[in-house]
Design a protein around this ligand. Structure first.
Ligand SMILES: NC(=O)c1ccc[n+]([C@@H]2O[C@H](COP(=O)([O-])OP(=O)(O)OC[C@H]3O[C@@H](n4cnc5c(N)ncnc54)[C@H](OP(=O)(O)O)[C@@H]3O)[C@@H](O)[C@H]2O)c1
Length: 283
């Protein structure tokens, strides 16, 4: 299988590259980071994909800074929506499958129960709107994995921030009124590859199992790395600095209904994956 990973330098992109590399006997791997390929550039996408002729394209490229997307909506739509269109259109010509990643931010977060794949999206941010537009470019045979609260070994994420604050003895204040499911990038990358091997297509929610507030996630990190040494303060979203431009969904827990009914297992519980991740980061 010829596999191309675009956005290969992001936190998920790097994990996809590692997951594919561990299947060297079955996968010929090609990678393109943001310097090699701008997915918003239709001609560049066409040239590279034609040249490499992949069977599967993993799209880990996205404009993910949600507040920046509010300032630069055209840039957000260019990458998160048009970029997907570019990949899908050339993939159609080459008979390749696109594996795309979307977000819990396509929902408004007002539900009291976890969202199903078929619940009506209603994004409340430019980022969410642009990611929903990207989803709509996909064909039924492509794979669209909606995920949430992604953390991992690579790049910047909340876990890295917490570890830095703990090591600097800084105050930890995190919101206890925003709920979601933590997802470890390595788990997501490996599962997405397994889904390709299994021949799946369509829309799937793929997140760590269970849910928590950011405060609860941070408490778990502290319990693992600095028990009793640091106190975590619970705050509400209203206590956060008012310069945060994008609205965030309050409850964006995703029910992994389609995955649980696909014959494959869901990801591990978020706490278990978090403990494994911390063991890798804090060596
Ligand atoms: N992180 C989360 O909490 C989260 C939650 C839900 C869903 N997701 C989705 O999961 C996927 C992976 O996210 P991530 O956390 O790995 O994000 P990330 O670390 O920000 O990685 C995104 C990558 O895309 C690249 N990129 C940006 N614009 C590009 C362009 N025009 N052409 C090619 N590459 C471009 C970035 O390169 P530069 O750094 O050079 O710009 C970066 O390497 C995304 O689809 C995201 O929407 C993430």
């Amino acid at each position: 299988m010829r596999v191309l990973v675009v956005g290969s330098n992001g936190q998920l992109g790097k994990e996809l590259v590692e997951a594919c590399s561990s299947h060297a006997k079955t996968i010929s791997l090609f990678t393109a980071d943001s310097k090699t390929l701008d997915i918003g550039d239709r001609e560049a996408v066409e040239t590279l994909v034609r040249d490499l002729s992949p069977d599967v394209i993993f799209n880990a490229a996205a404009m993910t800074k949600v507040d920046l997307c509010e300032d630069l909506p055209a840039a957000a739509f260019r990458v998160n929506a048009l970029g997907v269109r570019n990949l899908v259109q050339v993939a159609s010509k080459m008979d390749a499958k696109v594996v795309h990643f979307s977000t819990d931010y396509v929902f408004d977060g007002t539900s009291n129960v976890p969202y199903l794949e078929w619940d009506e999206p209603n994004p409340i941010s430019v980022y969410g709107k642009s990611k929903l537009a990207g989803e709509r470019e996909l064909r039924p045979t492509d794979l669209c994995l909606r995920t949430s609260w992604v953390v991992g070994r690579y790049g910047n994420n909340l876990i890295k921030t917490v570890l830095r604050l703990v090591s600097q003895g800084k105050e930890l204040r995190f919101v206890n009124d925003q709920f979601g499911s933590l997802t470890v990038a390595k788990d997501l990358a490996e599962k997405s590859l397994e889904m390709v091997f299994y021949g799946l297509g369509g829309l799937y929610h793929v997140t760590g199992q269970g849910s928590a507030s950011w405060f609860e996630v941070v408490c778990k990190v502290v319990e693992e790395v600095a028990p009793r040494a640091v106190e975590v303060q619970s705050i509400t979203s209203a206590d956060l600095p008012s310069d945060r431009k994008a609205r965030r969904p309050k409850n964006s827990v995703l029910e992994n209904f389609a995955l649980k009914n696909s014959g494959l297992s869901p990801l591990p519980k978020w706490e278990d994956s978090l403990v494994d991740l911390l063991r890798e980061i804090v060596r």
